[in-house]
Design a protein around this ligand. Structure first.
Ligand code: ADP
Ligand code: MG
Length: 435
């Protein structure tokens, strides 16, 4: 059988050549086969996460290469990598993040939305995924309306909504009591045995080892031992889980999921979110460019969102010819784009600072940007409704409704098209604001 993942002479050195150099992973060779359940096991700091993120393609190898489904990372185009991240690999972390301005269903469908799937198509899968994890009743709510445990399940449903062949989980049951931990482990086991997904789970807890087909033992950045489990933990173990579920659908199983995802750092969350943000921002700003022109811009927008480059540098790269490694845009377009990006990011920054006053500054921005003329009453209502939206007191549908609704009925009375544009701009900024 061909391995689904093949790790070839992989080494990861952080801060290579600097005084704080850290050799996280010594030369590692490893093959993982379809439908396997593999646990990477070892003490804290031994390089487990580094190995897992390398497999995910989130950590670039210092040396060596990784092949997924026959294709090496080093030979993948950006598009192939994107495809792999969108549909090939599902990631489960110790913490979750949900976008507060989106409904539960939209949060779960996010990976599908970014693939450009039609709303009706993606919602069908999204609903199915929510049903599977017992949260379908929450589909139209917003994250703030859910208990912590329910939010956890949403995060898992989202990771799995595109039915990835490979599921990677980093210490998913970190700080849980043993009964709760068993519950999450049960979900992973089911994904492996019923859905036949390849699972790689990182853990430092020896009690988990019985779940896996194979255990990779790590120490000090090396694989020191591999163990094949002849007898996996019997299915019987699930009985208890089922009982808990029936008696107490929320507290146990969900509080466990809650704490299992707690430890993702804000920067890590942002790292995961930035690609989404970049993509949304681009499709918001551009519609007539070629895929290649957009793809390059996407990379650069990510760099801006990660604060690695300034928008001026982005402008210059976009303007540069293709064959010189640039975006192949023309100068004027690149300039306008960078300008627009700056405008939006400026609004994002000021909205991050406060709510009420920020809403009035934001209202001024929208009025100037979309050339809107308003009387005093309309202006007041616009500020109010924006403050509500920015504070996540109302959702995007309600915002659009109030922008569009006639003044007589208590709305702001914008032209429908303008209302839509204003609503879209607001949602974009809400998304970017989130980190
Ligand atoms: P584990 O997941 O087994 O706890 P990690 O893969 O997170 O281990 O870390 C392995 C080693 O690499 C540790 O010594 C850690 O301090 C170091 N390390 C991890 N991430 C970074 C980073 N981004 N920069 C520098 N050193 C890092
Ligand atoms: Mg780790």
């Amino acid at each position: 059988m061909e391995p689904i993942i093949s790790i070839d002479k992989l080494r990861v050195i952080y801060n290579q050549g600097k005084s704080n150099e850290s050799r996280a992973l010594e030369e590692t060779n490893l093959q993982i086969f379809p439908k396997e359940y593999v646990i990477i096991y070892g003490p804290s700091g031994c390089g487990k996460s580094t190995l897992l993120y390398s497999i995910a393609g989130l950590q670039k190898p210092t040396y060596g290469d990784i092949t997924i489904s026959g294709k090496a990372f080093s030979k993948m185009t950006k598009r192939e990598k994107l495809e792999l991240h969108q549909t090939g690999i599902g990631l489960i972390f110790q913490a979750f993040y949900l976008i507060p301005s989106l409904t539960i269903l939209d949060n779960v469908c996010l990976p599908k939305a970014f693939r450009g799937e039609r709303r009706t198509d993606r919602e069908k899968d999204g609903i199915q995924s929510l049903r599977r994890f017992g949260i379908v009743e929450q589909a139209d709510k917003y994250p703030s309306q859910l208990s912590g445990g329910q939010k956890q399940r949403v995060a898992i449903a989202r990771a799995l909504v595109n039915r990835p062949q490979i599921v990677l989980a980093d210490e998913p049951v970190g700080n849980l009591d043993s009964e709760s931990a068993r519950n999450v482990l049960q979900i992973l086991k089911e994904l492996n045995e019923v859905d036949q997904q390849t699972i790689i789970m990182v853990t430092h807890n020896p009690e988990h080892l019985a779940y896996a087909d194979r255990v990779i033992h790590m120490r000090d950045g090396r694989v020191i031992k591999e163990e094949v489990n002849r007898e996996k933990r019997p299915i019987d173990d699930t009985k208890k889980v089922e009982t808990i579920r029936e008696e107490d659908p929320e507290t146990r199983e969900l509080s466990l999921l809650m704490s299992s995802f707690r430890s993702l750092l804000p920067q890590q969350v942002n790292m995961l979110l930035v690609p989404y943000k970049a993509k949304q921002l681009l499709s918001h700003l551009l519609s007539d460019l070629s895929e290649e022109q957009i793809s390059m811009a996407e990379t650069l927008v990510r760099e801006v969102l990660f604060h690695n480059i300034e928008s001026k540098a982005l402008m210059e790269r976009l303007d540069l010819d293709y064959d010189k490694g640039g975006g192949g845009w023309n100068r004027t377009r690149a300039e306008n784009f960078a300008l627009r990006l700056d405008q939006i990011l400026e609004q994002v920054e000021s909205l991050k600072k406060s709510n009420e006053e920020a809403a009035s500054g934001f209202a001024d921005y929208l009025i100037a940007h979309f050339h809107i003329t308003l009387d005093a009453t309309q202006m007041l209502r616009l500020r109010n409704v924006l403050a509500l939206r920015i504070g996540s007191k109302i959702g995007q549908t309600e915002l659009k409704k109030r922008l569009d609704m006639s003044q007589k009925l208590g709305g702001i009375g914008l032209h429908t098209q303008t209302a839509e544009k204003v609503a879209r701009e607001t949602e974009m900024i809400m998304l970017l604001k989130y980190s």
